[in-house]
Design a protein around this ligand. Sequence first.
Ligand code: GLA
Length: 399
Amino acid sequence: MGLILKSPLRLAWTFAILAAAALACAQSSYAASSSTPPMGWNSWNHFAAKIDDATIRAQADAMVASGLRDVGYRYINIDDTWEGQRDAQGVIHPNAKFPDMKALADYVHSKGLKLGIYSSPGAKTCAGYEGSLGHEAQDAQTYAAWGVDYLKYDLCSLGPSMQAAGDLEKAQALEIAAYQKMNIALRATGRPIVYSLCQYGFYQPWRWGRSVGGALWRTTGDINDKFARMIQIGTSQAGLSKFQEPGSWNDPDMLEIGNGGMNATEYRTHMSLWAILAAPLLAGNDLTTMTPETTAILSNKGVIAIDQDAAGKQGDRLRQEGPLETWVKPLADGSKAVGLFNLSDLPANMSLRTSDLGFKGASIMQDVWANKALGRISAYRAVVPAHGVLLLRVSKPAP
Ligand code: GLA
């Protein structure tokens, strides 16, 4: 961003002061947190600007028909390009693609689902549509009146104003204030609206996102449907678990499963890594044309149980040997989810000992994707395919 870091110490103080101030005004905003990572669907990764009322209704229908709703997917999130003009009173209206947003919300709710919408703290969204700058309270009221349950608030055109602020501290203060403004506006509506911050990881949101009412915050730039990018984003989460608290979530961006740019092995790796990260699971494919294989990957109950585990703890990297990585997530019943990821282009032998997890002796191990009990063992070794994962659930040994 070309901003000048004046002094790390001063920056740390600014962080602390801003976070404390934000926390003081936002104490009542914790209703925005969600007890497990949000699950649902978002229009951007597959459809980008090609969305309208009929597309969203069809996705809601498919969410139910495919069984995804019944394994936990709830939110149907409209991303950028729904926005129309403001009227003389400044009230935002959807564009012609969305003739009646309230009716659409009613339809989505009638399916047992929830509706999400998108805006920006800047004057314009990333696709150049109307943002919320100067209209935060009004927009929050409009969303609540429509029956919106989730807002993704995307930095977009606020970025250049932040750069223009001149230095890192000022830029960061501007960003935090902008997110806090919408947080206050959302709380004032009285409607529980999950608040999703999208600012590509700028200025370590894992340190302050919660203090501005965020239930989740993006930690990276945009994902795409390529193995290399997905892995770059997923593995860049290493070290973030210590900042995560149950009820609010680091968001490494939405899923690409089923969009066609990766094979099934790679999509299982994507789903497994996101589950170990306790990441929001927002499908980003066309639910109306899913293959049975895509449906099976998105709806694997063992993997979803890891993501949605009641302890609400993000996992982290345990060890790395070049392209072979072991990631571990602690679970509520004392067991651990373990992903042995082979990121190389050739199959590899990978192994796990219960002692790697701090367990003494043998544990009951389960291969999650194969849904297969491996027995009570103290070590397991298997060939993991290129770009693949062996996802294990390892029970705490009985005392
Ligand atoms: C940014 C976000 C994406 C998407 C687009 C929409 O790039 O990071 O997830 O919302 O904007 O314009």
